[in-house]
Design a protein around this ligand. Structure first.
Ligand SMILES: [Zn+2]
Length: 265
């Protein structure tokens, strides 16, 4: 079964050689680590058309939630620690500061309600049902939402159109992650930034609970980043990376970073 599907090359460095991580590869899916740059990624993701209809995240999110109930014993403790450290999930204040209250693009925007006024919201959304809702909401606030895949649609915007770009729980789904980062580099102003939040493959929780880690979602998640592999991919697209969740990184199921355009790019 596994060897009949064509495998993709590493989305960061293009190398074809990768070692399968059998414990994280439930049939027919193959999760592997690149031999050159160490990125962990799904080698045989389904085509976009399938993602749009059969694997739309609203459905798999509900399924995964039901399945993983109680299977991640560390999570409640991490949540408690995060709360006691006063780390809030709402990033609006930081985004307003980083993005100068300007025009902000949310890639994979879902319902489209993440970018609050006075920022002007723009979005890209692949799922038909979600795109319609997001576009209506964003137009009421001065922006709009494009329907499509991030790696393609981001090239439809003007060069330097945005003060900020959000990839909040998005880049782990994007088969052509390098192309979307290069598109973001073109679409963001030199004074702007790109916020990325993805599951943290290097988290303590993943190492403890293994295959039952909440970050595994087949086949929706096609890239499994660590801070190092995310920084590497961003650098190849012309960005410098600043870690946002510095205190909790090793225990956090997610890694959050702010990218700025490199001075040389
Ligand atoms: Zn690689």
């Amino acid at each position: 079964m596994k060897d009949t599907t064509p495998y993709r090359a590493c989305p960061t460095c293009g190398d074809d050689a990768a070692s399968a991580l059998d414990a994280y590869s439930p049939d027919p899916w193959v999760v592997a680590q690149c031999g050159s740059c160490a990125l962990v990624y799904l080698r045989n993701p389904p085509a976009y058309e399938a993602l749009e209809e059969d694997f739309a995240w609203e459905k798999t999110y509900v399924e995964k939630k039901a399945k993983s109930k109680g299977s991640t014993p560390l999570s409640p403790y991490i949540r408690k620690l995060r709360n006691s450290l006063g780390i809030r999930r709402d990033k609006t204040a930081q985004w307003r500061r980083w993005f100068n209250d300007g025009h902000v693009l949310d890639i994979g925007c879902g319902w489209g309600d993440l970018i609050k006024p006075p920022m002007t919201p723009y979005g890209i959304e692949l799922s038909s049902g979600l795109h319609e809702k997001a576009d209506a909401l964003m137009r009421a606030r001065g922006g709009y939402c494009v329907k499509g895949a991030g790696a393609e649609a981001i090239w439809d915007f003007d060069e330097g159109q945005f003060d900020g770009i959000l990839m909040n729980s998005y880049l782990e789904h994007e088969v052509d992650a390098m192309r979307v980062l290069k598109g973001a580099h073109r679409a963001v102003k030199s004074t702007g930034g790109v916020f990325i939040r993805v599951p943290n493959f290097a988290s303590l929780n993943r190492r403890v609970v293994g295959p039952k880690w909440c970050g595994f979602r087949y086949p929706d998640h096609v890239n499994y980043f660590t801070l190092a592999t995310l920084t590497d991919m961003a650098a190849r697209a012309g960005f410098t990376t600043e870690l946002v969740n510095k205190v909790t990184l090793h225990m956090d199921d997610n890694v959050s970073v702010l990218l700025r355009k490199s001075a040389t790019s």
